[in-house]
Design a protein around this ligand. Structure first.
Ligand SMILES: Nc1ncnc2c1ncn2[C@@H]1O[C@H](COP(=O)(O)OP(=O)(O)O)[C@@H](O)[C@H]1O
Ligand SMILES: [Mg+2]
Length: 218
């Protein structure tokens, strides 16, 4: 699954308890797409991202990755993912957390981790434990975690949450640069923030348990 870039939901339905949350949802994102997924609170945006990442299975329908059904138990390995608040190890520093994550795939070294932390305004030498981090610091660490390996897929759930204006602008700039460096990146951004608008190439909205084209697009 090294160069996977296309993710498709085919006839996906999700139920919470017995109530339908998403019904017969089908759409596809591929290389070069920067998809902005919107929708009211509780409409299922995070659920959609989790299914795309392979972290949640639909009750009905199929998640296809590069034209193949995502096998049970598999998840996207070449994707940078923020799923709501990512879970870091609270007793370790931010750098130690990112080091641990980087050790999974061994594609970046410590200096790259340090550079991403610095870029996001986090001091890699800071010894403060992550459980002492502010919401904004935690979010910056989550962004660093998602982008540091320059993944071919980015699935970002509320990436600007908890950030001040300057940090939001910085994150948008970083994402724009990633796309410039790698135009075939596949990005899905769930956000209520208009700051992401300049990045996006497509907009979808969850409306009435369906994923539909955003009527406000034009
Ligand atoms: N694991 C779960 N157990 C129970 N309810 C859940 C679970 N995941 C999501 N839900 C419910 O499904 C709905 C959609 O959740 P979510 O996908 O997080 O929406 P959004 O991200 O659009 O706010 C919410 O009503 C939420 O309470
Ligand atoms: Mg959500």
């Amino acid at each position: 699954m090294g160069n996977l870039t296309t993710i498709e939901l085919r006839g996906v339905s999700v139920f919470v308890k017995k109530r339908p949350l998403l019904q017969d949802v089908s759409f596809l994102v591929g290389p070069g797409d920067v998809l902005w997924l919107k929708g009211p609170n509780g409409s299922g945006k995070s659920t959609v991202l989790k299914m795309m990442a392979g972290l949640q299975r639909p009750r009905e329908g199929t998640v296809m990755v590069d034209g193949q059904p995502l096998p049970p138990g598999r998840f996207l390995t070449n994707a940078g993912v923020i799923i709501n608040a990512p879970v870091f190890i609270g007793t370790l520093s931010g750098f130690a957390n990112l080091q641990l994550l980087a050790a999974i795939r061994h594609v970046i070294d410590d200096d790259t981790v340090r550079q991403w932390m610095s870029r996001l305004g986090l001091d890699p030498a800071e010894r403060m434990r992550v459980r002492q981090y502010s919401t904004g610091m935690n979010q910056k660490l989550a962004i660093a975690q998602a982008v540091m390996e320059s993944p071919v897929v980015l699935l970002l759930d509320e990436p600007l949450n908890g950030l001040d204006k300057a940090a939001k602008a910085l994150v948008v700039t970083i994402l724009a640069e990633m796309r410039q460096a790698r135009p075939d990146v596949t990005m899905v951004i769930v956000s209520h923030e208009d700051e992401v608008a300049p990045l996006v190439t497509r907009r979808l909205v969850i409306d009435g348990m369906q994923v539909v084209t955003d009527g406000s697009e034009r």
